[in-house]
Structures are given as structure tokens and as C-alpha cells.
Design a protein around this ligand. Structure first.
Ligand SMILES: NC(=O)c1ccc[n+]([C@@H]2O[C@H](COP(=O)([O-])OP(=O)(O)OC[C@H]3O[C@@H](n4cnc5c(N)ncnc54)[C@H](OP(=O)(O)O)[C@@H]3O)[C@@H](O)[C@H]2O)c1
Length: 318
């Protein structure tokens, strides 16, 4: 088994071309996001042709406390109303509590939502994956997932998990599958396996403070058809407290969270992202982040604060 910390990057090629950065010097959209009709959300198209908003909602730590149940439910529903219809969850989160909350939030509007869940590596055998998916579907009160991901690599052979994903797809329980926390060599191995090229996404930690994927996962030509799903765009809330981020955000008339999210979203459609909000106010703030653009000078300033990788770095995970 290869873990993120053990990854050998020695044989990785150099990035072939600069990353696309839509919004560079774009004067069409202003910096401020309040009081305007928002522009349409950017979208991501997965290799199987399914499309989702490039900004979605995360659910880690949601659904765990009854005292915040109503507010978290309202947060998810507000996000859906505003178009953040891609929802990322996992059997791991609150041992099913997040999936139960999502099931409640999407009641009556299942088909409006692009639903992503994840199987724990310890369940990722052929039979274990199929059973775990059925349990997730029960908690989510639905009969299909749009994407089902392997949460991170474990000890079961990838071929067994792929076979399980194929079985689930044939039975109509999932519309596509992907992986999470796979470094470049893990992706190479996956893509070399029979059926492995059906992977739809790799969900990884990517934000201003964790730019490692730019060097390989995002830059390598061969993997480009597999859009990255960036998690923790606000670095689990840490970027809200970063003095330089706060300063820049204030100058742009936006929140620090919006700046951090918009910076990740600049890579859509090559990448999409999921952000977690526990309140409707945060969900609204996050939706408006999709309307933020950066000038070249602002991007250069962010590069000076958070330098891009100059060499391969082991993939970090949270
Ligand atoms: N595959 C994996 O291994 C993996 C690992 C980590 C995360 N994920 C997924 O990615 C999602 C997002 O990552 P994350 O939850 O770690 O971190 P995140 O989305 O980067 O940050 C969440 C934190 O930011 C705060 N926040 C959100 N919107 C805000 C706003 N507009 N203004 C101020 N603060 C705001 C949240 O506060 P409130 O809660 O108070 O709103 C929370 O403390 C997860 O929920 C999960 O679905 C996947």
C-alpha cells in the first residue's frame, strides 16, 4: 500500500504548461459580490458526461449535534436553493450522521442534487463496498449516488474496489465512481488497472496553504481528463484567520472565506471544490464567492504569500 506520506515522486515529469486561471485580469466581473444579481455558477463536467456545479457543499462534522440540527439543515437547504447542489458526504462523517442530515435536506428534491459519498478503506472489499453503499443510500434516503468515492487507499486491492464500483453501477446504485487522497503514483496505478480509467474524480486537499497538487496532479497532461475535487478550500477554516488573507479580502470588499474559495474556483472546470457551512449565512457567503475574480496583480500577491510548489510534494491529507 502506498500512503500519501510514502509517495515517491522521483519519476514525475515536469508540469507541461501553466495552469489555466480563468478570471485573470477579467474586468467583466467586479470584485464586490454584494447587492448584484450573481453570475451563473461555474460547472464541472466529469468524464462520463455528468455535470455539476463547480462549487459544492461539504458535510464533515455536520449532523452530529442535535442542538445545531435545525441550523445545519437550513444551511444545506439554503445552499441548494442558491445552486450549490453538489453535496459531498461520507459514511465516516459522524458515523453516518452527516449522511442522515443530507438525506433530510434533499428530501423532495433528490434529482436537483448531485450527491457524492465515500466508502471507508476498511470497507472497500468487493462485498464490503457494495454493502457500505447500500447503507449510505439508506441513510441518504435515496436509491442512487451520482459519485461514490474510495475515501483513501487502504489494504484491499484497488481491483476489488473497482469491481465493486462496477457492480454498483450496473445495478444502478451509482452513476459514477472516483477516489480521494490519491497521489500521482496512486493515480498512475489506478489508471493502469482494468476498469481503472472509469475514474471520474480524485478528491484531494487543495487550497492556498496546500498547493502541492499544482505540481503534478493538476499539471500532468495524462490526468487532465479527470477533474480534481478540492476539499477544505478554506483550509478547514484556518484561512479565515490568516492576516494577509483577511487584509486582501477586506481590500476587495469580500470575506476571507470568499477569497479562499474563489482562489480554488479559478481552476474550474479543471477542478471543482466543496466547502462546509454550518449556517445559512455562511452558505450565502460561499455561494457569492463564485462571483469573485482576481486581477493578475492580486494573483501574484497571493503567490508571494503562498508560493506555488517548485518540486513534487507528498499529497497532504486532513
Ligand atoms: N476526502 C477527504 O479526505 C476530505 C477531507 C476533508 C474534507 N473533505 C470534504 O470537504 C469539505 C470541506 O472541507 P472542510 O470542512 O474540511 O473545510 P472548509 O470547507 O475549508 O472549511 C470549513 C470551515 O470554514 C468555515 N466557513 C465556511 N464558510 C464560511 C464563511 N463564509 N465565512 C466564515 N467561515 C466559513 C466553517 O464554519 P461553519 O461550520 O461555522 O460554517 C468551518 O469552520 C468537508 O466538509 C468534506 O465534505 C473531504
Amino acid at each position: 500500500m502506498t500512503t500519501a506520506g510514502e509517495t515517491d515522486h522521483n519519476n514525475l515529469p515536469e508540469p507541461s504548461e501553466p495552469l489555466r486561471t480563468p478570471g485573470h485580469g477579467n474586468s467583466r466581473v467586479t470584485d464586490r459580490v454584494g447587492g448584484r444579481v450573481p453570475a451563473a455558477l461555474p460547472t464541472v463536467t466529469f468524464p462520463n458526461g455528468l455535470t455539476a456545479p463547480a462549487l459544492g457543499q461539504g458535510t464533515w462534522y455536520l449532523g452530529e449535534r442535535s442542538s445545531s440540527h435545525a441550523e445545519e439543515l437550513a444551511a444545506l437547504r439554503t445552499g441548494i436553493e442558491l445552486g450549490l447542489t453538489m453535496i459531498d458526504t461520507a459514511e465516516m462523517y459522524g458515523e453516518g450522521a452527516a449522511e442522515r442530515l443530507v438525506g433530510e435536506a434533499i428530501g423532495g428534491q433528490r434529482d436537483e442534487v448531485f450527491l457524492v459519498s465515500k466508502v471507508l478503506p476498511g470497507n472497500a472489499s468487493l462485498r464490503g463496498t457494495v454493502n457500505a453503499c447500500k447503507e449510505s443510500l439508506r441513510r441518504l434516503r435515496t436509491d442512487y449516488l451520482d459519485l461514490y468515492l474510495l475515501h483513501w487507499r487502504g489494504s484491499f486491492p484497488l481491483s476489488a474496489t473497482i469491481e465493486a464500483f462496477e457492480t454498483l453501477a450496473q445495478d444502478g446504485l451509482i452513476r459514477g465512481w472516483g477516489v480521494s487522497n490519491f497521489d500521482a503514483d496512486d493515480m498512475d496505478e489506478l489508471l493502469s488497472l482494468p476498469g481503472g480509467s472509469a475514474v471520474q474524480t480524485n478528491q484531494v486537499l487543495y487550497n492556498l496553504a496546500s498547493r502541492g497538487p499544482e505540481f503534478d496532479l493538476l499539471s500532468r497532461g495524462g490526468d487532465r481528463r479527470v477533474p480534481l475535487m478540492a476539499y477544505s478550500p478554506i483550509d478547514h477554516g484556518e484561512l479565515n484567520r490568516h492576516p494577509r488573507v483577511r487584509e486582501m479580502a477586506q481590500a476587495k470588499g469580500i470575506s476571507a472565506a470568499q477569497l479562499a474559495i474563489a482562489w480554488v474556483l479559478r481552476l474550474s472546470p479543471q477542478a471543482c471544490t466543496v466547502v462546509k457551512a454550518s449556517t445559512p449565512a455562511h452558505a450565502r457567503d460561499n455561494r457569492a464567492a463564485a462571483d469573485v475574480t482576481f486581477s493578475d496583480d492580486q494573483l501574484a500577491e497571493l503567490d508571494s504569500i503562498f508560493p506555488p510548489p517548485v518540486t513534487a510534494e507528498p499529497l497532504r491529507m486532513r
